[in-house]
Design a protein around this ligand. Structure first.
Ligand code: TXA
Ligand code: MG
Length: 349
């Protein structure tokens, strides 16, 4: 299949819009931009189309999809009830990078929701996909538009690197602003619980609805089964072996590792905050990437997956990347990093 390319970066062209909306209604699967990462979308009322998503991504069938909506009446058609706390969160954060888990209406696709009686829903904050959802009155279920396991795509090129010729089309809407997937909060349990941290933090949410919890699986022990089925899989991972440099700068430990594992410094990368770059120069590692200033972690998060994918393109075998304090946005950054590194920390014994 030759994947169709729609360029909607500069202006949202009406002819393209009509063609895209018709294709979704005809059961095609098309990748689209959001403010977090690119999604791979299909009409929620078309199980055959949804099946194509799982196939293209090679996604496990027990991993449910998030529904993307353009307005509140679509939300009402998908869920049993809208709890008061959901209303408060919607007022504050939608459109935006927050997915809310609701009790679903029973006639909603079992395939999209992997047989659960709940459904994750969000209203994306990106003019291209907002226009499509509203103009076409579409609800699109979409996972991130990558092959399962690789870092989520934050540019159109990333999507094509994974899915070219496997999907009907791709809509180019430029680079994603947030750079990691949405925060997921479950409102179907007694105490609202974060299942996946994102750029809307626990602290941000608590300002609106009071105290909430973090799913136990996010708190270190990797043996606990995550409540978001997708969180249990290895994720966000480049091909290289990734080392997280605990407490940053530890050049002595990196030196020891390079020697012990006979690491080729010409096929290695250092990913660090700008302030710390100079400390690593003595190691002779060829590839260096900047996460920007430690004072602006949003920038680092926005660029994290792009850097990991660039490492793959360069054939890098070993990546040393700096950690960050696990509060606020730092908690979300470390969540993705630990998965990319498979919990591999470089630390003092
Ligand atoms: O930012 C995002 O959320 C992106 C963009 C495209 O919207 N989407 C995304 O989808 O990251 P995906 O499929 O890669 O991750 C969805 C996560 C998975 O971990 C899945 O298990 C969880 O959401 N999930 C979906 N529905 C759920 C439900 N009803 N209950 C618990 N977890 C759910
Ligand atoms: Mg994903």
């Amino acid at each position: 299949m030759v994947t169709k390319y729609y360029d909607l970066r500069e202006n949202i062209n009406e002819d393209n819009l009509d063609e895209i909306i018709k294709a979704y209604k005809d059961g095609e699967v098309i990748a689209f931009p959001t403010e977090t990462v690119y999604g791979l979308g299909a009409n929620i009322y078309d199980d055959e189309a949804i099946g194509k998503i799982y196939q293209a991504k090679n996604r496990p069938k027990d991993n449910p999809l998030i529904a993307h909506i353009g307005n509140i009446s679509q939300l009402e058609s998908l869920v049993k009830e809208i709890p008061i706390k959901a209303k408060l969160l919607i007022d504050s954060f939608w459109p935006g990078p927050l997915t809310i888990i609701f009790k679903k209406n029973k006639d909603i696709s079992q395939i999209a929701t992997a047989g659960l009686d709940t459904i994750g829903i969000r209203m994306p904050d990106h003019p291209v996909i907002e226009t499509i959802l509203i103009k076409g009155n579409l609800v699109l279920v979409a996972p991130s538009a990558n092959i399962s396991g690789s870092p989520s795509p934050t540019t159109m090129k990333h999507v094509l690197a994974d899915l070219d010729s496997l999907i009907y089309g791709i809509i180019d809407g430029g680079n994603c602003e947030e750079g990691i997937e949405s925060t997921i909060i479950d409102l179907t349990c007694e105490v609202p619980t974060i299942l996946r941290p994102g750029t809307i933090t626990k602290e941000d949410i608590e300002v609106e609805i009071g105290e909430i919890e973090l799913d136990e699986s996010l708190l270190g022990s990797s043996t606990l089964i995550a409540k978001a089925p997708g969180m249990k899989y290895r994720h966000y991972a480049p091909k290289a072996k990734v080392y997280i440099i605990e407490n940053r700068i530890k050049t002595d430990l990196i030196k020891i590792e390079i020697k012990k594992e006979k690491i080729d410094v010409n096929k290695s990368a250092i990913i660090s905050f700008e302030e710390n770059r100079k400390h690593y120069e003595e190691l002779g590692i060829l590839h260096k990437f900047s996460l920007g200033s430690m004072m602006d972690l949003k920038y680092g998060i926005r660029n994290l997956y792009r850097i990991l994918r660039d490492c793959d393109i360069l054939g890098i075998e070993n990546i040393f990347i700096e950690d960050y304090k696990e509060i606020g946005l730092g908690f979300s950054y470390m969540n993705r990093l630990k998965k990319a590194a498979n919990q591999n920390f470089l630390k003092e014994k």
